[in-house]
Design a protein around this ligand. Structure first.
Ligand SMILES: [Fe+2]
Length: 292
């Protein structure tokens, strides 16, 4: 049967399709796949499509919960020791977030967004030199564990923004401390998790895409160290180097000088990039209310 694709003009397409056929056949042989099970699989994939829309992408979620996303990301990023490691993009990335000045606050939903968090750091090359003009595209959920694009009660692009580092490589912004949240289980991926007796919880995390001219673009997440799900991420995204600690700041002088005038969390984290090619992220979710 592999001969059927031997005329594929593009060599990479041929390599991928041939290997897909070979592994799919081996898989069917290994488990003794029954005709009704093959039909179930076809229906499962059809339901993944049916439940997907502009703000929800069930196939990405499926890849995430099967661990395929993390395998692919780890293979793609050739991160040396100390460099920022990749993690999952997830299905909730929305491109076009506003470019904001350093120090800006991503929270535009008021106190309901969550506990304030001040995030600062440097973007550096491996030799410790600062990278000016690096871009951080960051996003997170509110205290209810919801991204703005699936929650019409939140302002457009709430808790999303882009920042550029200054001449010393510094970035700084305000957001909210991430909370753990469930991935959606009302679709086929939920059926898969239930059938395999798995949790659908993700530990709290801040999504980051870090990029700069002349450096590899890194899609990653920074995981909150005191989260109860840090050891059992439903999508296997946690790596030791991506676990971060937020300090609780209640010193009255610092609180008085802060934009929200109340105690807050502080995360200080430097990000080291690896020379390479800057790449664009070719996926964006939409916003639910705009898709209807
Ligand atoms: Fe997320």
């Amino acid at each position: 049967m592999l001969g059927a694709v031997s005329g594929t003009p593009d060599p990479r397409t041929r390599q991928i399709v041939e290997a897909l056929i070979r592994h799919a056949h081996d898989f069917a042989r290994e488990v003794g796949l029954q005709p009704e099970e093959l039909l179930y699989a076809a229906e499962f994939l059809k339901r993944c499509g049916d439940v997907s829309d502009a703000s929800r992408h069930e196939f990405i979620l499926l890849s995430d919960v099967l661990g395929v996303t993390m395998v692919v990301n780890t293979l793609a990023a050739d991160a040396p020791d100390g460099a920022l490691e990749p993690s999952v993009l997830g299905p909730f990335y929305r491109s076009g977030a506003p470019l904001l000045p350093n120090g800006a606050d991503l929270s535009r939903g008021g106190a309901a967004d969550g506990e304030p968090a001040h995030v600062t750091g440097l973007v550096l090359a491996a030799d410790g030199s600062p990278i000016e003009g690096a871009e951080l595209d960051v996003w997170g959920t509110n205290a209810d564990g919801l991204y703005e694009n699936v929650d019409p009660s939140q302002p457009d692009y709430n808790l999303r923004g882009r920042f550029h580092t200054d001449a010393r490589g510094r970035f700084e912004f305000w957001t909210v401390k991430p909370v753990s949240y469930p991935i959606p289980v009302d679709g086929p991926v939920g059926d898969l998790l239930a059938a395999t007796n798995r949790s659908n919880m993700r530990p709290g995390h801040l999504h980051v895409i870090a990029s700069a001219p002349g450096y590899q673009t890194i899609i990653t997440e920074l995981y909150t160290d005191d989260d109860q799900y840090i050891e059992s991420d439903a999508v296997f995204g946690v790596k030791g180097s991506l676990v971060v600690h937020y300090d609780w700041i209640d010193d009255e002088h610092k609180v008085a000088a802060s934009p929200r005038k109340r105690p807050y969390w502080e995360l200080r984290r430097d990000l080291v990039l690896t020379p390479g090619t800057r790449t664009a992220v070719r996926f964006t979710a939409g916003r639910e209310e705009l898709a209807r």
